[in-house]
Design a protein around this ligand. Sequence first.
Ligand code: PLP
Length: 411
Amino acid sequence: MSAVLNTQPGAQSAASHRDRVEDQLGAHNYHPLDVVIARGSGVWLYDVDGRQYLDCLSAYSAVNQGHCHPAILAAMVEQAQKLTLTSRAFRHDQMAPFYEDLARLTGAHKILPMNSGAEAVETAIKAVRKWGYEVRGVPEDQAEIIVCANNFHGRTLGIVGFSTDPDAYGHYGPFAPGFTIVPFGDYDAFDAAITPNTVAFLVEPIQGEAGVVLPPSGYFSRIRQRCTERGITLILDEIQTGLGRTGKLLAEEHEGIEADVTLIGKALSGGFYPVSAVLSNADVLGVFQPGQHGSTFGGNPLACAIARAALRVLTEEGMIDNAASMGAYFLDRLRALPGPVREVRGRGLMLAVELEPDAGGARLWCERLQARGMLVKDTHGHTLRLSPPLIVTREQVDWACDQLSAVLSAT
Ligand SMILES: *Cc1c(COP(=O)(O)O)cnc(C)c1O
């Protein structure tokens, strides 16, 4: 393969050269805001010209602990100098402490570490199907999993096959069968979709990518009860909602329930490295025998050391409580915003401002906020998602609201 770059270095600025290289060599599967970040610290990001921005995305909640948290960085450097990867063919000394910390924090009885969030979802799907056949006695290849419309569980083939977003699934088929899609938040639709072959319900506690959509109150407690009655494994995808984002360690705590299987990722490494995990009761992950599932990098020593530090700072530095109090304060202030705001919603620091459909589209507003030093991601056309690192202060929330107010009232 020979890459021919249609550029003449020197004949243009470094910036336009960089943009052209990205356009020509990079696949166009993202449409980033026109800002080039070179450095991050805490809630702040800095572009290549040294301009400072408040990060209101936190890498989709992977950087809950703030950028380049010094304690996580130190753990990473220390471990990287000793041992990074053994594969699971050998044991390593970082695994047991990682399991113990995670189990102590979450109450998990079994843990299976992977890398990306999508891999954790795929792992859970494999585990509950196997559990369905071996423990529940579902006829071979008949297992059904109920999922929700407007879900987001990742980008792998198995997962996009049960997405309802044409961008996510279009022209990627054929897909794996065995998934039934019901509306999110609709208990009766869930109940009606259950068959004797239903092995699991896979659901996000709050639908993040769908635009921060909360279920009606009482939904999850009824779901929990029904799953128990029918022997259905409740799988909560907490890859985005988990690890403090909503003001609790896990979003399930707001509902007063416990999932049978919980998926975490993103902030499990504080943004330093891809680390995800499937947490379960003893039954479901208990189905895997040696050789039946794996990952070369899953649960490697570097990942384990980073994850332990990421979990430690999250709890020891009060980030979860801060997410609860700053989130409530932020939500209150957002409710007072002027301009073309249709709805404000969220829980903890997982917040969204839905704009009127004729307000020009959320991306326009993201660009206006960028000009004022605030980086925000639009979702679903008209919604601004606001999810700063969990260390955000009251002054920073005030500042963010002032910027939002300024752009929204200038219409
Ligand atoms: C981000 C996300 C995933 C996928 O995680 P990746 O690390 O991008 O594969 C899955 N589920 C939810 C709810 C997410 O937000």
